[in-house]
Design a protein around this ligand. Sequence first.
Ligand SMILES: Nc1nc2c(c(=O)[nH]1)N[C@H]1C(S)=C(S)[C@@H](COP(=O)(O)OP(=O)(O)OC[C@H]3O[C@@H](n4cnc5c(N)ncnc54)[C@H](O)[C@@H]3O)O[C@H]1N2
Ligand code: MOO
Length: 401
Amino acid sequence: MLPVEEARARIIAALTPTAAETVTLAEGAGRVLARPVAARLTQPPADVSAMDGYAVRAADAVEGASLALIGAAPAGRPFEGTVGSGQAVRIFTGGFVPDGADAILLQEDATASGGSVRVNETVKAGRHIRRRGLDFSEGSEVLPAGRKLTARDIGLAAAANNPWLAVHRRPRIGILATGDEIALPGDPIPPGGIVSSNAHALAALVRVSGGDPVVLPIAPDDTAAIAEVAATAHAFDMLVTTGGASVGEHDLIQSALGGEGFELGFWKIAMRPGKPLIWGRLGRTPVLGLPGNPVSALVCAVVFLIPALGKLSGLPGAPAPTRRVISGVALVENDKRADHLRAILAVDAAGRMVATPAATQDSSMLATLARADALVLRAPYAPAVEAGAEVEAILLGELGV
Ligand SMILES: Nc1nc2c(c(=O)[nH]1)N[C@H]1C(S)=C(S)[C@@H](COP(=O)(O)OP(=O)(O)OC[C@H]3O[C@@H](n4cnc5c(N)ncnc54)[C@H](O)[C@@H]3O)O[C@H]1N2
Ligand code: MOO
């Protein structure tokens, strides 16, 4: 069985980012830049005032001096003349500093009357002036390719006068649930059947992780039916299946896809839950075969599908970040499979984050998974630890799943 890290590395190495598409600023948040964003202007375009007050010559603006007011420079309407010795121009935040002036006298530090202004506090040269290009200069790169755009980045791209952004197309992910026993929520459930939760949960996970999910019709445990749906795989950047991954004679994914030209990359990994994971390729489309057990499917999606979506979207495809937390209970020595324990988080009196794994960790228990805040990671053969020991955990809330 392949170690988790190696399985993830092989998946990430096999994926290439989607092509670029052009979107408006409003559509850009959360997308990954396919090309850098350059400034299409210099900001500020000239020296501007950072305050409301008076543009003056610092040499004249000493406490007690009276300066002649010769005009005004509100934002957007520059003063055309020059500030000479003993003169001042009324200025507002964002207004261009007129020629001749080299400092701003704050409104609060001055008394204006008639055509003059009295300096109540001596001004320092350069004070309250934002220099031309302080923020960025025309032609410079303000955002690099490969960046996942934040709301702040959208503001920067807009300020740099870019109405459009070149981002990677959202990866289109086909989701195929298989099994004779599964029925869509609300539909009649066959005898001994179960409602299909996996496709819905996976579609939601794909959506919040930057992909476009396409939920395919449920395929019964029948080679021809699975093959028929799989024949549409070329329409997707990745096909994700659930169920039929294991060793039972009804576990048909590999044999059904085999007829369609499926090339197996690997099968079975040293992970709990999620051992029977399948990875391969159908023509040019990568295929991730998740186990049918609902918790196994979703934990594998956190560990493999989210990084894969990242890589397809133009990111490095890094694993979910982990945090060091305190285990609320003693943990037994682990076996050969990397374990992922569903746990509730709480903050103790000392402000430390404490993760308490659920007492039963069965891979069918969706309610336990939905209530969990974290997956506590137990490496293969990790030794037993006492309650209070530090352990690594993936915080599910941070991933938005
Ligand atoms: N003899 C062995 N048996 C099993 C092994 C093994 O190594 N040897 N592995 C076990 C492990 S671990 C897992 S995980 C499961 C995974 O099996 P499959 O991927 O083949 O999944 P199915 O058999 O199709 O289904 C398992 C379980 O999940 C339910 N299911 C399936 N699809 C959905 C869905 N879309 N929504 C909700 N629930 C679903 C299905 O009804 C079954 O109850 O195999 C073990 N067995
Ligand atoms: O790995 Mo299975 O996913 O243990 O239930």
